[in-house]
Design a protein around this ligand. Structure first.
Ligand SMILES: [Fe+2]
Ligand SMILES: [Fe+2]
Length: 221
């Protein structure tokens, strides 16, 4: 059975595919070559599957376990940054949904929709990179003894099952595209919040013992 952490990584892959499909859809719709009603389907996928299912489990289960069981700070550092990004993403999605709900786009509407879609997609991909490369591996190591017992996913609701099916169908209909200019990568240094809202994993999460081990390691070299 896949672990809670494996499930989150797998969900990131699904969300990322639908982000790529959203970019393709926005480009096609700006050319009047896409079904207007699919806009609402994208919004449903991101609101229900990425939000109510995925982000909610990260916050209510993973972040809760990290603060309660691993004694990590929730009001600053990675947990605060990633929680804040979930709220920012909800706001960006709300703005995008207003563009997608317009039945006919003028040239200005198309530009606004593309800008809003980019803002949502870019932040979501940076967010996924930060979680895949830093949050999840570091959390797994810190929660290893409680992983199996505490971090178990609830079943999908019917609405979540339908939202996932919508997202997968959209990714078939609009083959995902990447934004070549978006700089992505692993580690704290690639996170847009590094040094702005977070001082990096070591300064935010490491205990005195961990710093000591590092110093001893450096001494041996
Ligand atoms: Fe997240
Ligand atoms: Fe995530």
């Amino acid at each position: 059975m896949a672990s809670f952490f494996d499930e989150l990584v797998e969900e990131h892959q699904t969300i990322e595919r639908v982000v790529g499909a959203l970019r393709s859809y926005l480009a096609a719709r700006a050319q009047r070559a896409a079904d207007e009603s699919d806009g609402e389907r994208f919004v449903t996928f991101f609101r229900v599957y990425a939000g109510a299912w995925h982000h909610e489990r990260e916050e209510r289960q993973l972040f809760e376990a990290l603060t309660r069981l691993a004694d990590l700070p929730g009001e600053r550092g990675p947990i605060a940054v990633l929680t804040r990004q979930h709220r920012t993403l909800e706001g960006f999605l709300e703005q995008l949904s207003q563009s997608l709900a317009l039945p006919v786009w003028s040239a200005d509407d198309a530009l606004t929709a593309t800008r809003r879609g980019d803002a949502y997609a870019d932040l979501l991909l940076h967010h996924i990179d930060a979680e895949n490369s830093v949050l999840l591996p570091e959390s797994q190591a810190r929660l290893l003894p409680v992983d199996a017992a505490t971090l178990v996913s609830r079943p999908h609701t019917d609405e979540e099952t339908r939202a996932l099916a919508l997202g997968l169908a959209l990714a078939q209909r609009y083959p995902p595209t990447q934004k070549a200019s978006l700089l992505r990568g692993d580690g704290c240094v690639m996170c847009p919040e590094y040094t702005v809202g977070c001082r990096g994993l070591e300064r935010e999460w490491w205990s005195a013992e961990e710093w000591e081990r590092l110093e001893q390691g450096v001494g041996v070299d």
